[in-house]
Design a protein around this ligand. Structure first.
Ligand SMILES: [Zn+2]
Length: 113
């Protein structure tokens, strides 16, 4: 009478969760950690990453909302920094006359003391 159906069902569930954990292990081995992704994100802004790194970075960013936010912020900050640097550079060109006057003033104050 006892057909042990519930046990068989449990075995099946155990199989599924076992397969699941193998897949998770495989995924975590394939994909970089959040820490690595953070480094890769800033690397990717300075240079073109090799295909494998680029792919794993993309996959991780697809799944991880935190790294996606971090990447967006990093990109925004680097764009702002570049704009700021351009602005400073253009100001430096314009103010060569002012720089001369400052140098002159500094020399004079140095002479006085
Ligand atoms: Zn992440």
């Amino acid at each position: 009478m006892n057909q042990e159906l519930p046990d068989m069902k449990n075995d099946k569930q155990n199989d599924d969760s076992h397969n699941m954990s193998i897949m998770m292990k495989w995924m975590s081995r394939m994909l970089p950690s959040c820490e690595e992704v953070s480094a890769l994100t800033s690397e990717a802004m300075d240079e073109t990453l090799p295909f494998r790194k680029r792919l794993s970075l993309k996959l991780h960013l697809k799944m991880c909302v935190w790294c996606r936010r971090n990447a967006t912020q990093l990109q925004l900050m680097s764009r702002l920094a570049r704009l700021k640097a351009q602005k400073v550079a253009s100001h430096a060109k314009l103010s060569s006359d002012a720089r001369d006057r400052i140098t002159q003033a500094l020399k004079q104050s140095g002479d006085q003391s």
